[in-house]
Design a protein around this ligand. Structure first.
Ligand code: PNW
Length: 458
């Protein structure tokens, strides 16, 4: 791509790549790590494509130094990584595991030593199994445990990074995990999902408060997935169905964090499960919860992948058919429609928050494999990244205060219920040999970032 729209972004704009602990680390029984709900879930029959597990994954626990070296060689200025709660606090309570603390201190310091700015996520879905045994996210105590864990992390690691993300995508953890059975713990109970959602938000609020107290200079936020939604037609039934999906996926999480209450629409949808803006009782939402959840953050984290048209259809479950907007060249069936990211960023800036926005994940899967000469050519991903980074520039030009963009993902990795069958990486991973091969898109991103920094074409 010679036409480099990213160059229109402000000079301090942050370019990065993202990963998550469970998807890359492996070493699940090393270094004092305890089991998480994902270690349990991957062993349930038919939970994961091909019966894959993440016991080894990208073996990043042992290869982190060469992985960071590669990141530095590619000129990546920022890295969003996550901490494994089960590695840091195997029982989900009590003191931190010194080996876990040492691993992450070395890893985060290793980023800094290479000139890579770390952005650290406290929770990317790997709940310690003992906390699940005690009730998991549907239980209020789990939010309290997370607040304690976050405070210990602030004490032990808080000096090493400036940017902290409390929770990654509470929608996925709550609904894919508890209502749709697609992620750990694999339950199918909407009341559990709604309770989990409130407690994940409360956990964010408790962690934020703990960081504020211990690390006043830290910049703290939460990352939500925000999908772009529109009705298939302007029929009242399609418009109503779209509003319902928006409440369930987006507004349930954005309203309380950025507006301080769930609001009438969210309460109308989930009130039957105990969700309310009336904090006077001792039910799901208790006195003080909303103030904790809505305490000011320093930035807004947004992950964006899908661009969905909604059709009312009484014949399908939930009465709603969700259709990805064409073109959908990805092997996930998700769209390559960068305008959707621009719309999402403008919506969040306009309706929810004037704070700096970071796109903490965006990316796609394609069927990329090494050619006989050992290269991985992924022109589709280059096109995708060029389009979506240009959309970020458009959003900024239209007034959204976007400060950074993190491509998902640095490495091909364990894609949750899809196992290793879906490759989101800029860097190809040959799992049997653990060899890393930067894809064409990794070199494109390197040149794109260099051009943005220097203003010169590669
Ligand atoms: C995110 N959806 O998950 C996660 O943060 C990553 O860990 C994951 O690898 C990546 O996106 C790709 O899947 C999502 O149904 C899961 O819209 C589901 C959805 C979106 C994102």
């Amino acid at each position: 791509m010679t036409d480099n729209d990213g160059a229109r972004l402000p000079a301090g704009f942050v370019w990065g790549v993202a990963t998550a602990a469970y998807q890359i680390e492996g070493a699940v029984a090393e270094g004092g790590r305890g089991p998480s709900i994902w270690d349990t879930f991957v062993r349930q029959p038919d939970a994961i494509f091909h019966g894959d597990d993440a016991d080894r994954a990208c073996d990043h626990y042992h290869r982190w130094e060469s992985d960071l070296d590669l990141m530095a060689e590619l000129g990546i200025p920022a890295y969003r990584l996550s901490l494994s709660w089960a590695r840091l606090q195997p029982a989900g309570s009590g003191p931190l595991n010194p080996e876990g603390v040492e691993f992450y201190r070395t890893l985060i310091a290793g980023c800094r030593a290479r000139g890579i700015e770390p952005y650290v996520t406290l929770y990317h879905w790997d709940l310690p199994q003992p906390l699940q045994d005690a009730g998991g996210w549907p239980d209020r105590a789990t939010a309290q445990r997370f607040g304690e864990y976050a405070a210990l992390v602030a004490d032990e690691l808080g000096d090493l990074a400036e940017y902290w993300i409390t929770i990654n995508e509470p929608w996925c953890a709550a609904f894919l995990g508890h209502a749709w059975g697609m992620q750990a713990p694999g339950h199918a109970d909407e009341t559990e999902a709604v309770r989990a959602a409130h407690h994940l938000l409360l956990a964010h609020g408790l962690a934020l408060a703990g960081f504020r107290q211990r690390r006043p200079a830290a910049k703290v936020g939460i990352t939500n997935i925000v999908s772009n939604l529109a009705p298939v037609t302007d029929s009242p039934a399609d418009v109503r169905a779209t509003a319902t999906v928006d409440v369930r996926m987006n507004r349930l999480f954005l309203e309380p964090v950025y507006r301080g209450r769930y609001g009438a629409e969210v309460v109308a949808e989930f009130g039957g499960h105990g969700l309310t803006d009336d904090e006077t009782g001792d039910g799901l939402v208790r006195p003080g919860d909303l103030a904790l959840i809505a305490a000011p953050t320093d930035f807004v984290g947004i992950n964006h992948y899908t661009n969905t048209r909604i059709q009312h259809d009484p014949a399908v479950a939930g009465g709603v058919r969700m259709i990805q907007v064409a073109p959908t060249p990805t092997t996930f069936g998700w769209s390559d429609t960068p305008d959707a990211l621009r719309e999402v960023l403008l919506r969040v800036a306009r309706d929810y928050s004037p704070l700096p926005i970071y796109v903490t994940e965006n990316g796609a899967t394609f069927a990329d494999y090494p050619t006989p000469d050992g290269e991985v050519r992924d022109p589709e991903r280059v096109r995708y990244l060029a389009g979506y980074t240009a959309a970020v520039a458009e959003a900024v030009a239209a007034g959204a205060d976007v400060r950074g963009y993190f491509a998902w993902s640095f490495l091909d990795n364990f894609e949750w219920s899809h196992g290793y069958s879906k490759r989101f990486g800029l860097v190809y991973v040959d799992y049997p040999s653990q060899r890393r091969i930067p894809k064409q898109s990794a070199y494109w991103y390197r040149d794109f970032i260099a051009h943005h920094r220097t203003g010169r074409n590669p």
